[in-house]
Design a binder for this molecule. Structure first.
Ligand code: SF4
Length: 349
């Protein structure tokens, strides 16, 4: 090994040792303290239309389609922390950085006037109620810190029923802020979920949490994301999930098609090959040079969601401007003929 590499490795190991390990799980997950200087990311910094906040880096849920794995690699590289495994993708699930000073930093640095009417969204790159939250409570401490402000629009996105633990706190927050929770769920079918999400809570648990929040008066909705072309985009799959959400008390539902940026593609396609080998060729062709299936697909999916929102009594998403129907899609309400038909890869043959 060259001296420079040896020195670099030595330095990395040294810093790994100096970076406090907070806990280590039986399955090998390591939790590492991360001290931050900033906690809320501005729209200018992220190029998104809202403010974002992530109490953790990395996520044990380990969804195959997760697009956030690179954020973990950047953090580990910046801190010169040796990866937990030789596969940096796995490190995202097995080495969780815990932003222990998140609440303190939020109290010191958040400027409500700068945030204005834009949403402060908690959980854009990792799940704020992932298993680590039971042990460390960083998300809860952030919500407690937000009690010290007024007039913000706060959103929380999660796949975990643990959010129901904080129902009282969310109601307290809602007295001085606009607060909403989006329960993210790709399917009402646990077997479909397990093919892509090895460790997320199952749908009945997530829907039960929606019921708890809704009954308490928290503004809660369903987020069907990502909608996986050819697998979860059929009328029956989407309609069944919306019906279950309505039954649980969700006030709104929205959904977005799968995006496969390079990071997500690298994790998703091998899993698809294992689980739905008949689709993988078409995925490889369709996503070769782009992140989505294109506007024909996304417009048709938007029409389908809009139709189902109307059928199930949800507000219709306002931001969608679907263009004219083209191709072999079914923008009309489901009939016996097309009820079970998946949209997507009819476009991609
Ligand atoms: S729950 Fe969200 S952040 Fe965690 S692995 Fe799944 S998609 Fe990624």
């Amino acid at each position: 090994m060259r001296l420079a590499n040896q020195l670099q490795l030595g330095l990395a190991l040294e810093l790994t040792r100096s970076q406090p390990v907070l806990d280590q799980r039986a399955r090998g997950t390591t939790f590492i303290e991360l001290s931050v200087k900033q906690i809320a990311n501005s729209p200018e910094a992220t190029k998104m239309s809202f403010w974002s906040l992530n109490p953790y880096v990395g996520c044990e849920f380990g969804c195959a389609y997760c697009y956030a794995r690179d954020t973990h690699r950047w953090t580990a590289e910046r801190l010169m922390v040796a990866p937990a495994t030789s596969d940096p993708r796995q490190a995202f699930e097995r080495q969780i950085f815990v932003k222990e000073n998140a609440a303190t930093v939020l109290r010191q640095t958040l400027e409500p006037a700068k945030v204005g009417n834009r949403m402060l969204l908690i959980g854009t790159a990792t799940d704020p109620y992932q298993p680590a939250e039971r042990r460390f409570g960083i998300t809860r401490s952030v919500l407690e810190a937000l009690l010290g402000f007024r007039g913000l629009t706060i959103g929380i996105t999660t796949k975990s029923p643990l959010v129901a633990r904080d129902v009282g706190l969310l109601l307290s927050l809602a007295r001085s802020h606009r607060v909403s929770v989006a329960m993210s769920i790709i399917s009402a079918d646990p077997t479909v979920i397990r093919r892509f999400e090895p460790r997320t809570p199952l749908p009945h648990a997530r829907l039960r949490a929606v019921r708890v929040l809704a009954d308490a008066g928290v503004d809660v909705g369903l987020l069907i994301a990502p909608i996986i072309p050819g697998i979860t985009d059929g009328w029956a799959a989407l309609g069944g999930l919306m019906a279950a959400g309505k039954e649980a008390g969700a006030r709104r539902v929205d959904g977005f098609a799968l995006r496969l940026a390079p990071v997500a593609r690298a994790g998703f396609l091998p899993v698809l090959e294992q689980q739905f080998s008949e689709l993988v060729g078409r995925y490889r062709r369709q996503f070769r040079n782009r992140e989505t299936l294109g506007s024909d697909y996304t417009n048709a999916l938007a029409r389908r969601i809009k139709t189902l929102q109307q059928i199930h009594g949800f507000p219709v998403s306002s931001q969608r401007r679907p263009s004219r129907s083209r191709g072999r899609l079914h923008p009309t309400p489901p009939t016996d003929q097309n009820r079970h038909e998946a949209l997507s890869l009819s476009l991609a043959r």
